[in-house]
Design a protein. Structure first.
Length: 361
């Protein structure tokens, strides 16, 4: 988590199954902490990876493509961004790795402050509710974290979740399903003391369940288009997981699937590890790799399709890549991060349109 966090311390498919509404689940691939010790420090590089041989002028012979500069939010080197998501008017919302939520009018690139929380808050990801509220994770670096629901006009916020079974939470990454249930990561642990978890909170916000535990900084999270599986990036293990959900979405489907319902789809090298991710309408995964200045695109069967890199990668600029999102109804994808150029946003063309979003049904 570029500015804020530092820790101390090929595919074989399965038969499809059907969900209660009759929709077929897509086949999934076979090939597929502790105490959270965090310091509010200037993490200016997530283990940066060199990129000799990569130009910045469109697609390369190895399939790598360069994104286009879209917006510089803050030119101060090392300033980081988190988030992001779109509201129901297709305005771009993201966090400043601190106490502010910013909003961008995509057509004009006008930036405004949507919401400001109290000092000490560490806002880090968002998901748009069907009623227009913005759900935001507060990581809680100095103590307990929480999930906030911000009003559609940004005028106020209220905590909707502050603990789980009497223990503090550290929310990082969240995604709504079609019925309004919220899946989110409890960002804990390290590579030898794995206490992070994948959680599910019901649409009425009255009940929270642990789906998977024993993870080292689970970060990115996104449902597949059919809602039958979850993609999870486990940052400090440098790997991408896929979880099979039961038909009601409340637990891991342990029977009838190879690997007991949780598989490693990809392993990464370099950088600090995989950060946030998104899934498009065709099931492709867009996985950011922190410290490498790139988004790795992986298809629904777990195959590496291509990388998209930031302009200036050869010069070591904007390598701390935290987030990616696709504008609803389009193939316009945006990646963001920090580095020598400050807090920047780049744009590239996605392979498909945005996957359904709960807010846009």
């Amino acid at each position: 988590m570029a500015k804020v966090l530092r820790a101390i311390t090929n595919g074989v498919g399965r038969p499809s199954r059907r969900r209660p509404d009759g929709r077929a689940a897509r086949s999934a691939p076979l090939a597929l902490a502790g105490t959270l010790l965090l310091l509010v420090t200037g993490l200016t590089g997530c283990g940066q990876e060199t990129a000799a041989g990569h130009d910045t002028r469109g697609a390369q012979r190895d399939g790598t493509a360069a994104a286009r500069p879209f917006l510089t939010v803050d030119s101060t080197p090392g300033t980081g961004l988190e988030g992001p998501c779109f509201d129901r008017s297709n305005r771009y919302l993201f966090m400043t790795e601190g106490d502010r939520v910013l909003r961008v009018e995509v057509a004009t690139k006008k930036v405004s402050t949507f919401y400001t929380a109290e000092k000490g808050t560490v806002l880090n990801d968002c998901a748009m509710h069907a009623d227009g509220r913005l759900f935001v994770g507060d990581l809680g670096v100095a103590g307990a974290g929480r999930i906030l629901a911000i009003s559609p006009d940004g005028s106020r916020a209220r905590p909707v979740l502050t603990s789980f079974r009497g223990q503090d939470i550290h929310p990082n990454g969240m995604d709504f399903d079609r019925d309004g249930n919220l899946y989110w990561n409890d960002f804990r642990g390290n590579a030898v003391d794995k206490t992070g978890s994948v959680m599910r909170t019901t649409a009425d916000l009255t009940s929270t369940t642990k789906i998977v535990g024993g993870l080292a900084w689970p970060n990115g999270i996104s449902l597949t288009p059919d809602g039958a599986h979850l993609w999870i990036s486990e940052m400090l293990e440098n790997r991408l997981l896929q979880i099979d959900l039961t038909a009601d979405g409340t637990a891991v489907q342990a029977l009838g699937s190879i690997g007991g319902g949780v598989r490693v789809v990809s392993r990464f090298t370099g950088g600090l590890g995989p950060d946030s991710l998104k899934v498009d309408a065709d099931g492709n995964v867009y996985q950011t790799l922190c410290g490498t200045g790139r988004v790795r695109i992986i298809d629904s069967e777990g195959n590496h399709v291509r990388d998209v890199v930031v302009p200036g990668l050869r010069d070591g600029r904007a390598l701390d890549r935290q987030a990616v999102v696709i504008m609803p109804g389009t193939r316009r994808a945006f990646m963001m991060g920090s580095g020598t150029d400050g807090a920047t946003v780049q744009e590239f063309r996605a392979l498909a349109t945005d996957r359904w979003r709960f807010s846009h049904l």
